[in-house]
Ligand binder design. Structure first.
Ligand code: GAF
Length: 399
């Protein structure tokens, strides 16, 4: 388990985007932009309930090489999918959302961002060529989608000279995800990718979109943050994610509030008598998870990262037992990491596959890695991919 220096990986991936640009479009790009994937430290399925989240951007990034055209066409190509798409910018409005199935799925992300920016009143837009390369693992729950959206939004905003802030760019990314891709997700991933800071997490109030930078200090505390990519892939455009969201909306309606953000831990006893068991457990996850985010932020500020382990473990149990979005591979990763001495561990992201995170003392990384790998083998699961992630800066033009 080794992780190359973040700057090396970024340079290699940016060069791959440039190379692809030259191959597919000819000529040189005007520059490259990039945006990171994210890991969520805590606060799962709380964002679309107007609640609290604490994600951080990671060192894995999607880079886009951009070229300017003198017509009104947009062309997109990527190293991770052979399908390239080109069309007039003026046609995007007819494509999304109704006819989105007509184009390759990956292309809906960048084209959806261009569409959302144009729909929000961007003027001065001219044709562009975009070539993407990425080091964000796809399907690992590290939001490779927000990384494409963030890189696109950042590149287009600079090139088209848009007078918009980072929150507006995150909102354009979320609109692309919801309407151009069809995944009913919240705003967490796009905000983390746009606002990320080195060595810090973003404490986001998803109702007001107030964002505070919270120092993590993992390295100073002698800790590493391991990601265990289970290899079990998931999609939020289908199935379970939307069902969980609907259950939360049902619970809020029964409680007579706009969103579960407005239900407190003290209200749970009353909630239990008002709804069926499944809906109640969905509600209990969101309500207690919001409280855990607040407790984690306070604990980080007062005691540092070694003190948050219990909150991470409680978050995982709540997702496994109440929200029911874990899978055996994620539970195995968490249990094995804890048994081998991790400070805390939990699944991260939307669930139904993807990755777990484990906060581990530097001198226990090898032991935890071996323990998780061994537990997967003993259960007959495909070997996981295990690597460290570093809290990193958000989207922007590459140097
Ligand atoms: C996915 C979604 F994209 C986020 O908006 C969030 O809901 C997350 O799942 C669960 O916390 O990453």
């Amino acid at each position: 388990m080794t992780s190359p220096a973040a700057s090396d990986t970024a340079a290699v991936t940016a060069a791959a985007a440039r190379r692809l640009f030259v191959q597919r479009f000819g000529g040189e790009p005007v520059g490259t932009w990039s945006a990171p994937g994210r890991a969520n430290l805590i606060g799962e399925h709380t964002d679309y309930n107007d609640g609290f989240v604490l994600p951080f951007a990671i060192q894995h990034r999607t880079h886009v090489a951009l070229g300017v055209r003198d017509d009104g066409m947009i062309r997109v190509a990527s190293t991770f999918d052979d399908a390239a798409v080109e069309m007039p910018l003026a046609d995007l409005d007819a494509l999304f959302p109704a006819r989105r199935d007509e184009i390759a799925e990956w292309a809906r992300y960048p084209l959806g961002v261009a569409w959302a920016l144009l729909a929000s009143g961007a003027t001065g837009a001219h044709g562009i060529d975009l070539a993407f390369a990425s080091s964000v693992p796809v399907g690992a729950g590290l939001s490779s989608s927000a990384a494409i959206e963030g890189a696109t939004a950042s590149a287009l905003a600079d090139t088209w000279g848009l007078d918009v802030d980072r929150i507006a760019l995150a909102q354009a990314g979320r609109r692309a995800e919801n309407e151009a891709v069809g995944a009913p997700t919240g705003i967490m991933d796009q905000m983390a990718s746009m606002l990320g800071r080195a060595d810090a997490a973003i404490f986001l109030d998803c109702r007001s979109l107030d964002a505070q930078v919270v120092d993590l200090g993992f390295d100073a505390a002698g800790l590493d943050l391991l990601v265990v990519d289970t290899g079990v892939s998931h999609s939020h455009a289908t199935g379970g994610y939307g069902e969980r969201r609907a259950a939360c909306e049902r619970g809020a309606a029964i409680m007579g509030v706009p969103a579960l953000r407005d239900v407190s831990v003290d209200d749970l006893a009353r909630a239990e008598g008002l709804m069926d068991d499944v809906t109640f457990r969905r509600v209990r996850h969101v309500v207690t998870e919001n409280q855990r985010v607040l407790d984690t932020v306070r604990t980080l500020r007062e005691q540092g990262p070694r003190a948050i382990g219990g909150l991470l473990v409680a978050s995982h149990a709540s997702m496994r037992d109440d929200f029911e979005i874990s899978v055996p591979e994620l539970d195995t990763a968490v249990d094995a990491a804890l048994a081998a001495g991790a400070v805390g561990a939990r699944m991260t992201g939307g669930g139904f596959g993807g990755a777990a995170i484990a906060l581990v003392a530097h001198d226990r990384v090898e032991r935890v890695t071996d323990a998780v790998t061994g537990a997967f083998a003993a259960s007959g699961f495909t070997a996981p991919t295990i690597f460290t992630v570093t809290p990193s800066d958000g989207a922007g033009r590459d140097a």
